[in-house]
Design a protein around this ligand. Structure first.
Ligand code: PBG
Length: 324
């Protein structure tokens, strides 16, 4: 059968018909909002390259998270800006580190809001790399021990999930063992499995004050032209005990999200990163595109590609738009 018996437009004619045959749905349940916490009180410092995002002190973070929970967003992803940085990133695993204090405050105020913590040293090291430096390289194996300490300190503070983003080999397995040996068998790991060395992280590095002071991250993050390698990364992380795997950035890597979902059929998170957010904000501010339409279209595309979980700085707006 073909035209004129078949008319594809018949099912597109009204909003109700379109709803009836829609294949992909966007819901607040899928959203995770990344937030930045810093020392201090009453602070809500705007991040210039990410309009609408702030570095928050713990009290402001708790206020913000009341809104997040009220909007029906199930989870936040927490990044910390420490009081001071040193070569070994001491504040990353300190009992009274910024993340540890923030998590305790959040879990006391909002026990049902999921708190996911980023596990990576780059915000805490004076050199801005994601691990310990030996010579002019990041030392993989020496870094693992610190990542385990960091993940464990987050779990002790009450983190619901931990999310290693450092891209060291073997870190998921080591963190799993560390959590299990200390009574945190129930804490899931969301692994940044296919994390590419991307120009799209630029605004985040302002927000988290974490640009590398020398070199770049290409020695540990993935090379953008590679797709099969992403499948190996995901497979290794799953073997080591990852519960959720992530693809990052999101929009330029839809093919990777699709391949990962097709091959492994496990929960997949897509990180719609700072640069993706900033591009849309900048164009919308100039009136060059419609922010709401573009954000909803982008996130729907991530879902269509196979992402279950959408990590996005637009989560609050999206939750509001979906309610209207
Ligand atoms: C590293 C980390 C980065 C992001 C999340 N975790 C930056 C990097 O690897 O350089 C980027 C997130 C974004 O751009 O929104 N801890």
């Amino acid at each position: 059968m073909s035209f004129p018996d078949v008319r594809m437009r018949r099912l597109r004619r009204t909003p109700a018909l379109r709803r009836l045959v829609r294949e992909t749905h966007l819901h607040a349940d899928h959203l995770v909002l990344p937030l930045f916490v810093r020392p201090g009180e009453g602070l809500r410092t705007p991040i210039a390259s990410m309009p609408g995002c702030f570095q928050l002190s713990v009290d402001e973070l708790v206020r913000e998270c009341h809104q997040v929970a009220d909007l029906g967003i199930p989870a936040i992803l927490l990044f910390g800006i420490p009081t001071s940085k040193d070569p070994v990133g001491s504040e990353a695993y300190a009992l009274d580190g910024i993340i540890q204090r923030a998590v305790r405050a959040l879990k006391a105020a909002l026990p049902d809001l999921l708190v996911i913590t980023d596990v990576c040293l780059c915000e805490y090291t004076s050199h801005g790399h994601c691990g310990l430096i030996k010579g002019d390289e990041v030392d993989n194996d020496a870094t693992l021990e610190l990542l385990v300490k960091m993940a464990l300190s987050h779990a002790r503070a009450g983190a619901d999930l931990v999310a290693p983003s450092d891209m060291m080999d073997g870190r998921v397995g080591e963190i799993r063992v560390g959590l299990d040996e200390n009574g945190f068998q129930h804490v899931p790991i969301m692994a940044y499995s296919a994390k590419y060395a991307s120009g799209f992280y630029g605004p985040f590095r302002d927000a988290a004050e974490s640009p590398p002071q020398f070199g770049d991250r290409r020695g540990y993050q993935m090379d953008p032209p590679n797709a099969l390698e992403a499948l190996r990364e995901v497979e290794l992380d799953l073997d080591e005990g990852a519960d959720i795997v992530m693809v990052k950035p999101a929009l330029p890597y839809l093919d990777i999200i699709w391949r990962v979902k097709e091959k492994f059929r496990v929960p997949v998170a897509a990180y719609n990163v700072s640069g993706e957010y900033a591009m849309i904000k900048a164009a919308a501010e100039r009136g060059w595109l419609d922010e709401r339409a573009i954000v909803l279209e982008t996130l729907t595309a991530l879902r269509r590609a196979g992402a279950d979980i959408l990590i996005t700085y637009s989560a609050k707006d999206v939750a509001r738009w979906l309610r209207e």
